[in-house]
Design a protein around this ligand. Structure first.
Ligand SMILES: [Zn+2]
Length: 427
């Protein structure tokens, strides 16, 4: 049984999926980082206007912003939804979506000649898509489920609400932003575009029932080491080899707190790059942890190692450390309503909740830090960021239903009392 118009979802998803909206880290001084994102941002603005929203494209941030006005006289705080226009760092040229109607649950041929298959043996989650309208790429590009499925879920919800004016709702704000995949979209979002919005959701990956309100805390660090070059034949007591000092630093890092030995709630320190010569050496690393105390302890460890080595080698090390984002739980733990509201909506729809930790960060991290607590729902599909990416029309439909239910539930709880139950702590 479908909630909304499956034909609209299929056509709209394929339409936007075909647009190459890849973001480019190397263009990070441009907003957005690719012209195709401007094009789609403006197209989405028009789409929002056509549905009946007040909408505009913010040239400074690259966000398409929409506002669906409330149709009740109640004092109800505005609610926001975000999804992103850009796609991940993978080939996005000539995306040719393939529709597999009434998917039989078996191996899907993406490119017979080149032997590219989407196989439930490799991706067991595919089994749950049996009987649905499965959409894949042709095996040579990504599909862009992340996050065009989120965009289409939002458009479907808006269309449903405007076609059913009897459904009461408060003010709804929409943000379709660029450059999420490279960490710039949410950082540039202007909260003035979401006046008085009290709570919002991102629609990042996962399937119906998934929910995330814990993400990493994140810091990056650059360490520069100065050496002293002298002729090797006359180096005794004079040469300081920066590469040797670099190795001393690397040796002191914890051996087990690395991504390849971490899962669940574990944090890590990852050396992204270390290059050294006699003259100088550079190390770049990132720190990730859910737990604030463990996170700041890791930051302190790096500072301590640098201090220790500066003592040992008379000030050859310099350190630049920068916080990238903070766990949204740090804020959301004191504002449980935003979580409970979504979980109550799942319950009303009979969707089994699956609360997960997100071993990364999203636009929600930056938006939460700007004062709007923003946990993550889902967008449907799977295998994000690569040639095996897929979506199903039915799961996007489920997303539209969930978004509509959240809007209804928010008004209901505004009238009848909010669910402020404290959040379960997972660590
Ligand atoms: Zn995404």
């Amino acid at each position: 049984m479908s909630f909304y118009d499956l034909d609209f979802i299929e056509k709209t998803f394929i339409h936007y999926a075909k647009e190459n909206t890849r973001s480019y880290e190397e263009n990070h001084d441009q907003v957005p980082t690719s012209p195709s994102q401007v094009k789609m941002g403006k197209e989405l603005t028009k789409h929002l206007q056509d549905i009946g929203l007040d909408a505009y494209y913010n040239e400074k941030t690259g966000f398409a912003i929409g506002h669906l006005k409330k149709n009740v006289s109640d004092e109800v705080t505005p609610i926001g939804f975000f999804s992103h226009i850009d796609t991940a760092d993978f080939n996005a040229e000539n995306i040719r979506p393939q529709v597999h109607r009434n998917y039989d649950g078996k191996r899907v041929v993406l490119d017979e000649k080149e032997g590219i298959y989407l196989d439930p043996k490799d991706f067991p989650a595919l089994a749950s898509c049996k009987g649905e309208t499965l959409i894949t790429s042709d095996g040579h590009t990504l599909l862009g489920t992340d996050d065009k499925a989120g965009i289409v879920g939002i458009l479907s919800m808006l269309k449903y609400l405007t076609e059913h004016p009897e459904i009461e709702h408060g003010d709804i704000y929409i943000g379709f932003g660029p450059d999420e995949e490279i960490g710039y979209g949410g950082r540039r979002f202007d909260a003035n575009d979401f006046p008085n919005v009290e709570l919002a959701y991102t629609l990042e990956n996962g399937r119906p029932g998934d929910f995330e309100y814990e993400t990493f805390n994140a810091t990056e660090a650059q360490i520069h080491i100065r050496g002293t070059v002298v002729h090797p034949g006359e180096a005794y007591g004079l040469m300081v080899n920066a590469a040797t000092l670099m190795n001393d630093f690397l040796d002191r890092l914890p051996k087990d707190e690395v991504p390849e030995k971490s899962k669940g709630y574990d944090g890590f320190i990852l050396v992204l790059n270390a290059t050294g010569s006699v003259d100088h050496a550079d190390i770049s690393l990132i720190i990730r942890d859910f737990d604030w105390n463990k996170f700041t302890a890791k930051e302190q460890l790096i500072k301590d190692i640098v201090a220790e080595l500066n003592k040992k080698y008379s000030d050859r090390f310099s350190l630049k450390m920068r916080r990238q984002y903070e766990n949204i739980y740090n804020v959301i733990k004191d504002q449980p309503y935003v979580v409970n509201l979504a979980l109550d909506a799942y319950k009303k729809l009979g969707i089994k909740q699956n609360i997960q930790t997100f071993r990364g960060g999203t636009d929600g991290n930056f938006i939460t830090q700007k004062g709007i607590p923003t946990p993550n729902l889902f967008n449907g599909g799977g295998n994000y960021h690569g040639r095996y990416e897929y979506a199903t029309v039915e799961q996007i439909d489920k997303l539209a239903e969930v978004l509509t239910e959240i809007v209804k539930e928010h008004l209901y709880q505004t009238r009848n009392g909010r669910d402020e139950a404290p959040l379960k702590k997972y660590w």
